[in-house]
Design a protein around this ligand. Sequence first.
Ligand code: DX5
Ligand code: ZN
Length: 222
Amino acid sequence: MTIIAPSLLAADFANLQQEVEQVTEAGAQWLHFDIMDGHFVPNLTMGPATVAALRSKSKLVFDVHLMLARPQDFIEPFARAGADIITVHAEACIHLHRVLQQIRTAGCRPAVALNPATPLYVLDYILDEVDMVLLMTVNPGFGGQDFIPAVLPKIAALAQRFKQEQRNLLLQVDGGITPETAALVCRAGANVLVAGSAIFGCPDRIGAVNSLIQAAGIMETS
Ligand code: DX5
Ligand code: ZN
């Protein structure tokens, strides 16, 4: 089954609770928080206080994507705020293995993200430490960017590796996901779809989530 993770980055920040209720009603299972620091990426977004404020209002899986230069300094604050999954960028971690263990110790599920230009071999010695790999399908920093098709063979190669090594890991994609690109990434082997603009940019949230689920489902059975 494909998991849909709406990215709050594209939501109406003045009405976050209502936005979360709408995507929950629409059938989303996760909520994706894009945390940006103005250093690792050229943008600033939210911090642990936003995660904590929504935690008491929602039972969705909180999927926290840290786009921070020193993620190790923020694992505990986000764990305390209510994160279920914490994703760190391989490019941001000098001691990636240690940071992933830190996430598990803090009581969360660890995940690692790779930018479009980062090769899959950086995963070689850390796959035992993660529950999910996030392959970025845009360069991180902003919502509403175009999907990068060059990542499709990378998704397929990673999905193939998981199969060969009998690893039961989630493969998430993030950036430029629409019903059209959802079909492509699911065919390649992705099973968690992050979508911001395609959901919150659409007045009919239920229809938007359904279109993504349908696009993913078509590919699973074809
Ligand atoms: C990009 C973020 C994404 C982004 C997705 O840096 O990690 O989660 O918000 O937004 P869309 O779906 O609009 O490309
Ligand atoms: Zn993200």
